[in-house]
Design a protein around this ligand. Structure first.
Ligand SMILES: [Zn+2]
Length: 334
């Protein structure tokens, strides 16, 4: 029985395992430029964020129908549940699908078929967060928010992802203001490859409540102090940071120092099919490579629920926190 945890930084498109990619390709008559699943796994070796994104967008071609999105989400939820995830706040990238001719409604309804029954089928509560691609225009983000209006009862918040450098948060001020007016929660990727100033902008210009990654805050002591003081959660993704070369090895990851500094850190999987592990795998990896104690792992699990968008269900949050407090570690620390 793994440590109960929430996953707060998870791109549903990044959970597409090679086996499911081939299955969906066959179902939809899409030809993938790889001989088999082994050849596709071989392609999962990236030099940097951009080379990962190129493959990530290429493979999305297999996602066409509501069934595809429901199957994708169900596969993730089953894997996450097996690794102790009790609550998942799931990102999706509608622009990447709409640009291929897949309507917003197909994406949201398909995902919702899995998310709406996730508690019954997997024992995992969920929230859905719609991300804008920051390398697309601000106008495109506004149009995407407009297209999502019929589905806002299923969408808890908005986020900002994809290629970071050269696309500062401030570019998206208008759409974040519009989303806030609609009552949507706000998060954004910042400080993964981009500089610490992007984190400050995400907070001050976009009004984000959580920072996704935020790793590079450690370069700015005043920013760290602010994040601690304001209790801003950071959704760190250690295995992702290694695969995308944000750190050289996991042993170089600043997570222990960040916890020591009092930052509200959480550990997540980002794009687990591509980065070598789901939420529990990330917990096990930081335990092994960074020597984090079981008390620290419990703190990370507590943080994940504290940082969750469960304000509409505080009773549930309290129940999850009680599960973390009561958890007894066995040999398996994940
Ligand atoms: Zn991410």
């Amino acid at each position: 029985m793994p440590l109960p945890k929430a996953e707060l930084h998870l791109h549903i498109e990044g959970t597409l395992e090679p086996e499911l990619a081939f299955e969906l390709a066959a179902r939809n008559g899409v030809r993938l430029p790889y001989a088999d699943t082994d050849a596709l796994r071989e392609a999962y070796r990236f030099a940097d964020l951009q080379s990962f994104l190129n493959l990530y967008y290429e493979l999305m071609a297999v996602l066409r129908t509501e069934d595809d999105f429901a199957d994708l989400a169900n596969a993730y939820l089953a894997r996450a549940a097996a690794q102790g995830v009790r609550h998942a706040e799931i990102f999706f990238d509608p622009q990447a699908h709409v640009a291929r001719g897949v309507p917003m409604g197909t994406v949201v309804e398909g995902l919702w078929r899995a998310l709406g029954e996730s508690e019954a089928n997997h024992g995992v509560s969920t929230r859905l967060i719609m991300c804008f691609l920051r390398d697309e225009s601000a106008e495109s983000a506004l149009l995407t928010l407009e297209a999502a209006r019929p589905y806002l009862d299923r969408i808890t918040g908005i986020g900002l992802d994809s290629a970071e450098v050269g696309h500062p948060p401030a570019k998206f001020r208008e759409v974040y203001e519009a989303a806030a007016a609609l009552g949507l929660r706000r998060v954004a990727h910042a400080g993964e490859e981009g500089p610490p100033e992007y984190i400050t902008q995400a907070l001050d210009v976009l009004g984000v409540e959580r920072v996704d990654h935020g790793l590079r805050c450690v370069e700015d002591p005043a920013l760290v102090e602010r994040l601690v003081r304001e209790r801003i959660p950071l959704t760190l993704c250690p295995l992702s940071n290694v695969r995308l070369r944000a750190v050289d090895t996991l042993a170089d990851h600043p997570l222990p120092a960040m916890l020591e500094a009092g930052l509200l850190c959480t550990v997540n999987s980002d794009d687990p099919a591509y980065f070598g592990g789901y939420a529990g795998d990330n917990f096990a990896a930081v335990h092994e490579s960074l020597g984090l104690t079981r008390d620290r792992l419990r703190e990370l699990a507590r943080n994940s629920f504290l940082a969750s968008f469960l304000e509409d269900d505080e009773e549930r949050r309290a129940r999850y926190l009680a599960e973390v407090d009561a958890y007894e570690f066995g040999d398996d620390v994940s």
